[in-house]
Design a protein around this ligand. Structure first.
Ligand code: IMP
Length: 195
């Protein structure tokens, strides 16, 4: 399935895709996974206004179209968030804002005495200008009792994936295989390398 050390030929040319994101952590995770499919990505740190929605798919789709209007080349964007059923899905698509305002300490306080199940969701939206193709991924797990680990970014120090004992920040290599983003990126890479 994985094809190492080659560059994908797509529509007769070497494929280079821009990943529009202001998050360097997301970029390095994507680069590592997509390179295995022969897809070279370049970082486009464009700031995009996000339409408000509770769906990562809707947000990613809108951002992809806005980014294409600015860049006019093949690109993808990604939207993701942490969804906690005991908080009715909060922080969900407000994850970045909530992290900035409350931090991981705030999430732990909100969950005091509550069911700690949680899920990360990710939607990747790819466009070459005409339509937008969506690839999604999710990972279930739980919110830890304390902040643990220094790797990764965002909520990684408080998220333990199902079947594991360490947080993503304690074992960042877990993210390469089973994170929400890794799963969406694998579908994206497979789809492009089938062309
Ligand atoms: P976005 O940039 O609007 O997609 O913000 C998503 C936010 O969700 C990020 O800023 C992080 O706070 C959080 N998030 C998304 N993916 C991850 C992850 O893989 N680990 C930890 N936090 C994440």
């Amino acid at each position: 399935m994985f094809k190492n050390h080659f560059t994908l030929i797509y529509h007769g040319a070497h494929l280079e895709i821009s990943f529009v994101t202001s998050n360097p952590g997301k970029f390095s995770e994507a680069e590592k996974i997509l390179n295995k499919y022969g897809i070279n990505i370049v970082h486009a740190p464009l700031h995009l206004e996000e339409k408000r929605s509770e769906s990562v798919e809707e947000i990613a789709e809108g951002c992809a179209l806005r980014a294409y209007s600015a860049l006019r080349k093949p690109l993808f964007v990604e939207d993701s968030g942490l969804f906690v059923p005991a908080l009715n899905g909060f922080p969900g698509t407000y994850s970045a804002w909530v992290l900035k305002k409350l931090g991981n300490e705030g999430i732990l306080r909100l969950l005091d005495g509550k069911e700690r199940a949680a899920e990360f969701r990710c939607a990747i939206a790819f466009t070459e200008g005409k339509d937008v193709r969506l690839f999604t991924g999710s990972v279930r797990g739980r919110v830890s009792g304390s902040i643990r680990g220094n790797g990764g970014f965002g909520y990684d120090p408080v998220f333990i994936p199902e079947g594991e004992e360490k947080t993503f920040a304690e074992a960042p290599s877990l993210k390469d295989s089973l994170s929400h983003r890794a799963r969406a990126l694998q579908k994206f890479g497979e789809s492009l390398s089938r062309k």
